[in-house]
Design a protein around this ligand. Structure first.
Ligand code: NAD
Ligand code: 6OD
Length: 486
């Protein structure tokens, strides 16, 4: 059985007291690895290592050298592409093509893009007049924020963890990463990459464990962690924000979503169906940007529902490396129970179950896995729990609408504000709608099309702050102003 260790100060180490927990496969619930759980002292050692690296060798490395090292990390991820694909498939059970076309290449890109950003970012300066006529010059020095605590989720583990670690290291910080207990493998593998490339010891540290009263809480409560970047559930964000308030530490949060997909009658029908299918069901619906609320203009409603139903019923469940399969399980037994409880709630609330609503028949070797059918409902009011609350599963409710104002009001009537996808050939209307919908990102005739230079984050309860391109510098660096009297 594989033993997955913590990565502290450049070394793979067990946790204090030799404590471990099981990593189970989403495919069949079998234990596939034992994970060394970091205790208080391990987290403390990781933070101390990160501090020493910050004040030591890492701080003396020039920006050019740091940029080269980050390109090295990106190249090494690409060289070990198959290892990362295999590790992430083992962690999440999601299909091979999702790993090779989306999640693992993004991991490499997350290092490359922020190396490019830091190489090219201008520094600001202001000349000012003074009474003596000689003037003064203000210029800003950008310094790293310090030791960054990175708390990551399980749904796209490598993409989301590197989306934080890439800019953090590019800006000269050091990190202590706590991957999700459900998806520890690719983050650990990244430790090997860091050593191969020659990233100084202590710059990148990984501690394994859970959230409350475990490694997650120990990292976020550690007084020597200068800032915390977190991706996960909104209620976890609330707990982390409380921890960060001790010592006035900065936070950057990417959290939940209950995103609307909006299809107008003039949309390119096939593209809209394909787009909404992806946004509702990719990664078995475990994407924060996914659309669990779909609104279709009335003339198109019935045809749209029937076509999406046919696509949902055509998915092929199976192992990630089965060439005949294209659909994976949910991450855990706990998450499956949560999603199925919403499937039950939808029926209690009076939904018409267009398709799905349960678990598929699976062969004996996969029968204990966390398989759940893609599910479509219609007929619920906007007040229903399954229409309001984030389920984070392969499901959506579809409702007809009659006017732009009506659909904008419904899209905005939610406590989350992460993303929207709008399908129409009337671009004037699309631009107008994008300005009115209260989310961090609106996609028009597309979904999850990411330019990493753009600002990414959530409105309302979907997040705090923006990351991406130069916007990441606002969180991962601090500006010091120098005023020179001339
Ligand atoms: P989660 O909040 O349960 O866990 C995320 C991480 O936080 C894990 O590493 C967990 O161990 C840790 N954690 C939990 N409690 C903690 C505590 N009290 N202190 C410190 N750490 C703690 O989220 P999840 O279930 O892993 O991920 C799913 C959620 O993440 C969904 O709500 C989804 O919308 C959201 N998400 C958002 C984005 C985004 O970009 N906005 C991206 C991916 C996922
Ligand atoms: O693309 C990204 O940068 C990002 N943070 C995606 C989030 C996906 C959520 O599941």
């Amino acid at each position: 059985m594989q033993l997955i260790k913590n990565f502290i100060n450049g070394e793979f180490v067990e946790g204090e007291g030799g404590k471990t927990f099981d990593k189970r496969s989403p495919l069949n619930n079998e234990v596939i690895a034992r994970i060394c759980e970091a205790g208080h002292q391990d987290v403390d050692r990781a933070v101390q290592a990160a501090r020493q690296a910050l004040d030591g060798e890492w701080s003396r490395i020039s920006t050019e050298q740091r940029v080269d090292l980050l390109y090295g990390v990106a190249n090494e991820i690409t060289r070990r592409f198959d290892d990362f694909v295999a590790a992430e498939m083992a962690d999440t059970g999601q299909p091979h093509h999702v790993m090779t076309h989306a999640f693992i290449p993004r991991g490499a890109a997350n290092f490359k893009i922020f190396a490019d950003v830091i190489k090219n970012v201008p520094e600001e300066s202001f000349r000012m007049d003074t009474p003596d006529g000689r003037g003064a010059l203000n210029y800003a020095i950008r310094v790293p924020k310090g030791v960054i605590g990175v708390i990551a989720p399980w749904n796209a583990p490598f993409l989301l963890m590197t989306w934080k670690v890439g800019p953090a290291l590019a800006c000269g910080n050091t990190v202590v990463v706590k991957p999700s207990e459900e998806s520890p493998l690719t983050t650990t593998l990244l430790g090997e990459v860091m050593n191969t490339v020659g990233i100084p010891k202590g710059v990148f540290n990984v501690v394994h464990g859970f959230g409350p009263k475990s490694a997650g809480e120990f990292v976020t409560q550690h007084p020597k962690v200068d800032a915390i970047t977190f991706t996960g559930e909104t209620r976890t964000g609330t707990a982390i924000m409380k921890a960060a308030s001790e010592g006035m530490r900065d936070v950057s949060f990417e959290m939940g979503g209950k995103n609307a997909g909006i299809v107008f009658a003039d949309a390119d029908f096939d593209a809209a169906v394909e787009g909404i299918f992806r946004s509702a069901f990719l990664n078995s619906g475990q994407v924060c940007l996914g659309t669990e609320r779909v609104y279709v203009e009335r003339p198109l409603f019935e045809r749209f529902v029937n076509t999406l139903k046919a696509k949902a019923e055509a998915v092929k469940f199976g192992r990630p490396d089965d060439p005949k399969a294209n659909y994976g399980p949910l991450i855990s037994a706990e998450h499956k129970a949560k999603v199925l409880s919403y499937y039950g709630k939808a029926v209690q609330e009076g939904a018409t179950v267009v398709t799905g609503g349960g678990v598929p028949d699976m062969p004996a070797d996969l029968a204990n896995g966390h398989w759940v059918q893609p599910t479509i409902w219609t007929g619920l009011p906007e007040t229903a729990a399954v229409v309001r609350e984030e389920i984070f599963g392969p499901c959506c409710h579809i409702r007809p609408f009659d006017s732009e104002d009506e659909v904008v009001a419904m899209a905005n009537a939610n406590e989350y504000g992460l993303s929207t996808t709008i399908w129409t050939t009337n671009l004037t209307r699309a631009h107008r709608m994008a300005a009115r919908i209260q989310v961090g990102i609106t996609w028009i005739n597309s979904w999850f099309l990411r330019d990493l230079r753009t600002a990414f984050g959530g409105s309302k309860q979907s997040g705090i702050g923006r990351e991406g391109g130069v916007h990441s510098l606002e969180f991962y660096t601090e500006l010091r102003n120098v005023c020179v009297k001339l």
